[in-house]
Design a protein around this ligand. Structure first.
Ligand SMILES: [Ca+2]
Ligand SMILES: [Ca+2]
Length: 405
């Protein structure tokens, strides 16, 4: 009987129940009968109020409103429900609805509003790190990226090296492309990055992309040539400028302009000075021996003529190859002999061969690495019954360029 009276529902009213002094006494009796009574009544939150000078106990079921959330519904009568919602940015943990039960406890566990982890979906792109905040997230972007989700390449000196992807929808499928000269890149393939043609086609099957130097540009590339060369129409090759032909040289009237690969040379032929013979210039590139005095026995042994030739070649020309030919126009004697004059250096790179009865040729036997200027002298000797009739010197000056073009 007492247990029945002491059932929690005895004191249940409409949520806030006002206990009369009799009820309060009954409560105390219940407590004395069973000291654990208030443990049973734990959900009851006792309030003491004074209403019209009547001591009364007002109680309500403890029901915490979740932090960052709201409770909907005020009724606390047995069988009634309350609902919980959370503020934006929070998700409800626990039941959405709790029912006031017969034993004056609420059904289920307490509701809590948990902060939604906006970082859970890894919203920061391109290596950015995510910080979860209430109802939002913030990205700390990796170097070179910007935007709320680090989706944009940061403006920099080479900002032009990236372009946005161009996407189109075709029958529900997205097709993305880049402008010519760009390729899809980025961790999530969301960016078009300039192709470094200079790097990619450095030494392709078709040879070097540029004859000389390559400069990568946004969306393309550019070939450049060293000073003294101009880019050809194909935009790849370098062609020597003929400074002698276009009069972009500073050679004087006494000098002869010799075009070389990558430059030019102003040369002036001086006839050789010899003790036993004198020479006169008979052409800009030729000196002939003056007639010998009758009493000068050494003079006739001196070379009859000196011819000067200037060759321009590129560096590392393959060898062997014929560089120059000398022929006797009107052979006087019965034999011709060709030989190479000059020092060790000339002999390392050149040799003289006979190509037919009247012709000798200067051969390059070892490639010449430029830039260098090399001289070689060929002698043609005319003989009549092994007696020297005349000697003819051909001096070849070879200007080797710095580059192999
Ligand atoms: Ca490029
Ligand atoms: Ca030139």
């Amino acid at each position: 009987m007492v247990e029945q009276i002491c059932r929690a529902s005895t004191f249940s009213r409409n949520g806030f129940a006002t206990l009369s002094t009799d009820d309060l006494q009954l409560l105390l009796i219940c407590f004395f009968l069973n000291p654990n009574y208030f443990h049973i009544m734990e959900p009851l939150f006792l309030l003491f109020e004074t209403i019209s000078s009547t001591a009364a106990v007002s109680f309500s079921l403890r029901l915490d409103v979740p932090v960052n959330g709201r409770r909907l519904g005020k009724a606390q009568a047995v069988g009634h429900e309350v609902h919980f919602t959370c503020d934006p940015g929070y998700t409800l943990g626990g039941p959405e609805t709790r029912v006031c039960q017969e034993n004056l406890t609420w059904s289920g566990q307490g509701a809590v509003c948990r902060d939604v982890n906006e970082c859970a979906s890894s919203p920061c792109l391109n290596g950015g790190s995510c910080s979860d905040e209430v109802n939002q997230f913030s990205c700390t972007c990796a170097k070179g990226w910007t935007g709320a989700s680090c989706q944009n390449a940061a403006p920099s000196c080479d900002a032009a090296h990236t372009r946005p992807l161009r996407c189109t929808q075709v029958q529900g499928t997205t097709h993305c492309t880049c402008e010519p000269g760009y390729t899809i890149s980025g961790r999530d393939s969301s960016t078009c990055t300039d192709i470094d043609e200079c790097e990619v086609f450095h030494n392709g099957q078709a040879g070097r992309i540029c004859h000389h130097a390559c400069i990568n540009t946004p969306g393309g590339y550019r070939c450049v040539c060293p000073a003294g060369y101009e880019l050809t129409r194909d935009g790849r090759s370098c062609k020597d400028m003929d400074e002698c032909a276009i009069r972009q040289n500073n050679c004087t009237r006494e000098q002869v302009c010799v075009n070389t690969y990558g430059g030019f040379q102003c040369v002036r032929v001086e006839c050789p000075r010899m003790r036993n013979a004198t020479y006169v210039k008979t052409a800009p590139m030729r000196c002939e021996r003056n007639p010998c005095p009758v009493d000068n026995k050494a003079c006739p042994l001196a070379p009859n003529s000196f011819s000067y030739h200037f060759l321009s070649v590129v560096s590392n020309l393959s060898a062997p190859r014929v560089m120059f030919r000398v022929s006797a126009m009107r052979p006087m004697g019965d034999a011709l002999r060709f030989s190479l004059l000059g020092g060790k250096l000339a002999r390392r790179h050149f040799t003289v061969q006979r190509s037919d009865r009247q012709t000798g040729q200067l051969m390059l036997v070892t490639p010449l690495a430029g830039p260098v200027t090399m001289e070689a002298e060929m002698e043609m000797t005319e003989l009549e019954r092994r007696v020297v009739l005349g000697r003819y010197i051909t001096r070849v000056t070879v200007f080797v360029s710095q580059y192999d073009f």
